[in-house]
Write a protein that binds this ligand. Structure first.
Ligand SMILES: [Zn+2]
Length: 381
């Protein structure tokens, strides 16, 4: 068995698509015109990802407003916001470069998704000739829709979280029913929960254990056999080539993270200053038996925020070093994050989203080729 490799999910939206989204928000174009641009961007994403030799592909989340908000709004500007939500929620994150992203605010119940990831997935599968994976958002992120210190009239937090767990489980179930080979849960707020940023009050409330608990309530709905193909992604954020929690020591997160009963983890690592120490932590804290499944550690070998393309030799060297700490049967490779988790992203360090797309496919190819090299070197191919 060779070393598995997979991407997180997103790719930069082409400049033309980002312009179409702005025009749609401004009422200048109809929904059909926007969808035609999304179709073109999805097809291009899938064909180019297939050309890298990747064993599985995604549509690059070209239809999603963001990795976190796709279930509840059509665009980041709030066009098509779901029922029982207002635009003025709490900040999700304040990034290193000073920009922030804000969530909507829950104003009443019941909480329901208006769009499921499978709604995008079925169209991607139609376009693809290779197996397709799908990323979904974690319940822990959407838990932040509920105001931090106030009650929503007539809708207790506990009732909301029951509905939320139901919706997240349904989101994953629908992906498998539609034909996804893998489903990974984006859990970027895990590392951020370990940070205490006074500008962003929720980060100081020790919410990590509650987040882990919510995620496990969703995973409990799936059999061990299904959870082999359900992953969890951790990262310090990725938006406009900036992060929100890279200063949080992984030692604060990983012991809790691996308490999630998922079959695999997509772990940002290429951009860590001391990778070897984190490989060691992964080896120590990942479990051989997580309620019936072994936890496979997919280490990040590609940094999507840096335009410099990694070489296959670098990728191979990272995996070989990691195999000293993580059993090779439980080792995989991934990118540190999606290449553009939010739809509107000019990729400033790259100069343009179109150039960043070209770079992204080169990086994915380096990961695929380097992982194959490591499989040979470790006697697995
Ligand atoms: Zn990420």
């Amino acid at each position: 068995m060779s070393i598995p490799t997979e991407n997180v999910g997103s790719l930069p939206r082409p400049t033309k698509l980002q312009q179409a989204i702005a025009d749609y928000d401004a009422g200048k174009i109809d929904h059909d015109v926007l969808v035609a641009e999304q179709d073109a961007a999805c097809l291009d994403s899938i064909k180019r990802m297939e050309a890298t030799g990747s064993p599985m592909v995604t549509d690059g989340e070209q239809r999603a407003s963001s990795f976190a908000t796709y279930p509840i709004t059509d665009t980041l500007a709030g066009t098509g916001l779901a029922d029982n939500l207002a635009a003025d929620g709490q900040y999700f994150a304040i990034f290193e470069d000073g920009h922030h992203r804000q969530l909507p605010r829950l104003t009443g119940g019941p909480f329901r998704y208006k769009t499921y990831a499978a709604d995008y997935l079925v169209k991607a599968i139609d376009m693809a000739s290779k197996p397709v994976k799908q990323a979904v958002i974690a319940p822990s992120m959407l838990a932040l829709l509920y105001p931090l210190d106030q009650d929503v009239p007539g809708y207790r937090r506990e009732a909301f979280e029951e509905d939320l767990v139901d919706e997240c489980a349904k989101d994953i179930r629908k992906c498998f029913d539609a034909g996804a080979v893998r489903v990974s849960i984006d859990f970027t707020e895990g590392r951020l929960a370990c940070k205490n940023d006074p500008r962003n009050p929720w980060t100081g409330r020790h919410m990590l254990n509650h987040f882990i608990d919510l995620n496990n309530r969703v995973l409990d709905r799936f059999s061990a056999e299904e959870r082999i193909n359900i992953g969890v992604h951790t990262c310090p954020g990725g938006d406009c080539d900036s992060t929100h929690s890279a200063d949080v020591d992984y030692a604060e997160l990983l012991p809790s993270l691996f308490q999630i009963d998922a079959g695999y983890f997509l772990i940002q690592l290429a951009s860590e200053p001391d990778k070897e120490r984190v490989y060691k932590l992964c080896g120590e804290h990942s479990r051989e038996d997580a309620n019936g499944v072994p936890q496979v550690c997919f280490i990040g070998v590609i940094n999507p925020q840096n335009p410099e393309v990694e070489t296959p030799e670098q990728v191979c060297a990272d995996l070989v070093l990691a195999s000293q700490y993580i059993p090779k049967e439980r080792l995989g490779s991934t990118d540190d994050c999606g290449f553009s988790p939010f739809s509107i992203d000019v990729k400033p360090k790259h100069g343009s989203p179109d150039f960043a797309r070209d770079i992204a496919f080169q990086k994915i190819k380096a990961r695929v080729d380097g992982t194959r090299m490591a499989s040979v070197e470790l006697g697995m191919a």
